[in-house]
Write a new protein. Structure first.
Lengths: 435, 348
């Protein structure tokens, strides 16, 4: 078979119409979970401490112009996310709702790196994908590539999470589970088990094995059901032992259903003898977005593969340097705790110890203390503050001690480098001490 | 059918575990109980006893001013101040609620104290209790009690009224705190020591103790020792260190460090030191070694810490090492922070 014939067959397979039920179920569950996630911020009172009370926000490079809404704006914004999530779930003005949800959700994510979460990044990615996927109400069939795109979006989380765990700490020391699991010794029934010294290493290997195998085994019909059940056990287990991971287990359990046959919701309904009033099929004339959708999804897929690998362009251990750490599905990978101190040297050579509490909230301070790009941001914040007070071009030095995965604390950045004079960019951070 | 049942079991068993109430044996509970009963309560009891002794000694001095009675009153002040220092790493709960740290050990304002001594309005425990933190507490007593070498210069009628009122206010404050820890509180609440040990989530109690230990270390290292070591002027160093005319700060620091250490040693039963996972078992020893080194440095200081820049720098370096170990490695090993430093949690 020639390459051209091969490509033609792939194109034909990708365009083959399949039942839209599983993709629509994905849309419904996804929209509902985003709505719940946003509602949690309102119900738990997280909006003010996370977005309104901090005097400074760690915005992303190039997104310094993104600021929280004033007044009640952030509350309205989260309320809007709830509404948009439900609109996506119900397929109401689906494509517009998905676009607005992408903008609204991503705006929140862009506000402050302190609150970066892999699964919230994933939510943004899926929102953007949904803009291009034809999952409108009344859609009976979709091209097969639509279902495969969703499977790809779910599968890459597992695959890259597994690859990231292929490091000596995880495989040989059982870290960081060896630090986390013993803290759950009080859990009923499984408490003594998780606190056992041998369990972290076993759990580490089991996790890697699961994450490496889950995608291929979900793709094989005969192993799919059992694998999904194991996935549920895995995610419920992580939720019990590590409740801090919040909605991540629910998101993954719901999303992994997309690996079942495209008609699985109808099959389940039939088995349960449930009958639904069939909505009239809506025939839509493909628009501009539909025409560019395959290309757009291909570009997204390429980006999703490249971004987690970008750390290879930097020297050193990404878990220590953080260069290329985010947007890479490095899930539950490290336990890092730091202590960062800043010092200003004015133009007369006088040193001034800086109290970081004057600038950051406690969670911001904690997150900053082990992430070099945030340390640099604070140095610039201090520089600008001193300048605004008429102190001129001050130098700012940081002394940062970090303990990673139970190791003795050591210096993360060169304390002799004036960070006020260092530009924030994507280049290698020469001032980060690598070994 | 059998496969379906197996699948259901796979899914339902973990779900059932979630539903179980958490009443398993938490190793944190005996550690907290023991730290509360062996370390914290005795510290408050000692502080209350020694503050009563301080009040008695200052009253005795004022009744019969002499170099001997002044020396005894000063010794009583040092003893009492150091006893209070041993409670400071545990200044949460009742102490936080009553803002005791501010009232009992805030830096003194000698200028305002001189104004009060020179005024004509009566000085009473009630009037001092209603005054600013800087004119009451141990710092204020120190300013008055160590103002002169001549007993008669101190034991003036207003000086004695000040000493009597200030020691009485401090004694009342500390006694209330001790009672909060050891006796049923207002509203039928059990003693705080019982509250702490029976905390629904023992992890919260551990967080409370370690969090307060960290606050004390941060204040000591980052806001006292570090800025003070960079100052040329002795008076400025003393002000930054919060050291008064008694030149007692090294002893106070030594007691604070020793109190932090006592929460992690298992010489008299379970402690927070027993909670370190096996994978981080060396962290506890590192913390104890670092604290021992800092305590030794503090104990080596003869006289005022502000008067000895070399000793000050050495004490800073040793204390800073202990602070780093506590703030990074201990926090990591005991899971004191949110836990997911890769920010994969939103449940906290």
């Amino acid at each position: 078979m020639t390459a051209a014939e091969h490509a033609r067959r792939v194109r034909a397979a990708a365009r083959r119409p399949v039942d839209s039920a599983s993709a629509v179920a994905f849309r419904v569950l996804f929209g509902a979970m985003v709505a719940v996630a946003a509602a949690r911020f309102l119900i738990n009172g997280w909006v003010a401490p996370l977005y309104l009370e901090p005097r400074f926000h760690f915005t992303y490079l190039g997104f310094g112009w993104v600021h929280p809404w004033p007044g009640a704006g952030m509350y309205l914004h989260f309320s809007a996310i709830v509404v948009l999530g439900m609109a996506v779930a119900f397929g109401f003005r689906y494509r517009r709702a998905a676009m607005l949800l992408f903008i609204a959700f991503t705006y929140v994510e862009l506000l402050d790196r302190t609150w970066y979460l892999n699964h919230y990044y994933w939510v943004s990615v899926v929102c953007l994908a949904l803009v291009f996927l034809p999952l409108h109400r009344g859609t009976r069939t979709v091209p097969a590539w639509v279902v495969w795109s969703l499977r790809g979006l779910v599968g890459m989380v597992y695959v890259f999470a597994a690859i990231a765990k292929l490091n000596p700490d995880w495989l040989l020391r059982g870290m960081p589970l060896a630090l986390w699991l013993p803290q759950d010794a009080d859990l009923p029934i499984i408490g003594p088990l998780v606190a056992s010294p041998s369990v972290p290493l076993i759990a580490s290997w089991a996790t890697v094995a699961f994450e490496l195998a889950v995608v291929p085994l979900l793709l094989i019909g005969r192993t799919r059901a059992v694998t999904y059940a194991v996935a549920v056990v895995f995610h419920v287990g992580t939720w019990i032992v590590l409740p801090e991971i919040g909605m991540f287990p629910m998101i993954m359990m719901a999303s992994a259903l997309v690996f079942f046959a495209p008609s699985w919701p109808r099959d389940v309904a039939a088995r349960l003898r449930l009958t639904f009033r069939a909505r009239a099929e809506v025939t839509r004339r493909p628009g501009f977005v539909d025409r560019i959708a395959p290309a757009a999804v291909a570009v997204m897929a390429f980006s999703m593969v490249v971004l987690p690998l970008r750390h290879l362009a930097y020297a050193g251990d990404v878990r220590w340097t953080d260069e290329g750490y985010r947007l890479s599905w490095r899930v539950m990978l490290t336990e890092k705790v730091g202590l960062a101190r800043f010092e200003v040297v004015d133009t007369a050579g006088t040193r001034h110890a800086v109290n970081v509490d004057d600038y950051l909230t406690a969670p911001q301070k904690r997150a900053m203390a082990f992430q070099p790009d945030m340390i640099l941001d604070v140095a610039h914040l201090i520089r600008d503050d001193y300048r605004s007070r008429g102190m001129g071009d001050v130098a700012v030095y940081a002394d940062v001690m970090v303990s990673m995965n139970g190791r003795p604390a050591r210096r993360l950045v060169d304390p002799n480098v004036d960070l006020a004079a260092v530009a924030a960019d994507l280049g290698p951070k020469a001032w980060v001490l690598r070994s | 059918m059998r496969r379906g049942a197996a699948l259901a079991a796979l899914v339902l068993v973990p779900a059932a575990l979630v539903g179980c109430s958490s009443d398993g044996d938490d190793p944190r509970t005996p550690a907290i109980e023991n730290v509360a009963s062996r370390v914290i309560v005795p510290a408050y009891e000692d502080a209350a006893t020694s503050s009563t002794a301080l009040a008695a000694a200052t009253n005795a001095f004022c009744a019969q001013p002499s170099p001997s009675s002044l020396a005894k009153a000063r010794v009583a002040w040092r003893t009492s101040r150091q006893a209070w220092a041993r409670t400071e790493p545990f200044g949460f709960g009742p102490a936080a609620k009553r803002r005791s740290e501010s009232f009992i050990s805030a830096p003194a304002d000698p200028g305002r104290i001189a104004q009060l001594l020179g005024a004509t309005t009566p000085i009473t425990a009630t009037s001092l209790s209603a005054s600013a933190s800087s004119v009451r507490g141990f710092g204020a007593i120190e300013v008055v009690l160590f103002a002169s070498a001549a007993p008669a210069a101190i034991a003036t009628s207003r000086g004695c009224a000040y000493l009597s009122s200030a020691t009485s206010a401090v004694t009342d404050d500390i006694t209330q705190l001790r009672d909060d820890w050891t006796k049923d509180r207002d509203g039928g609440e059990p003693p705080f020591a019982v509250d702490l040990a029976t905390e629904e989530k023992p992890k919260d109690a551990v967080d409370l103790i370690v969090g307060r230990n960290i606050s004390i270390m941060e204040r000591l290292v980052d806001r006292q020792l570090d800025p003070a070591r960079g100052l040329e002027n002795r008076a400025q160093r003393a002000r930054t260190l919060g050291e008064g005319p008694a030149g007692n700060q090294a002893a106070v620091i030594s007691q604070q460090l020793a109190a932090v250490r006592s929460a992690y040693t298992s010489e008299d039963g379970a402690s927070l030191g027993d909670l370190f996972p096996e994978a981080a078992s060396d962290v506890r020893q590192r913390l104890l070694d670092d604290l021992d080194a800092a305590i030794t440095r503090a104990q080596k200081v003869k006289g005022a810490l502000a008067a000895d820049p070399v000793a000050l720098t050495e004490l800073y370096e040793a204390s800073e090492k202990a602070e780093v170990t506590l703030t990074t490695e201990v926090v990591s090993a005991l899971d004191i922070t949110v836990g997911f430093s890769d920010s994969d949690g939103d449940g906290g």
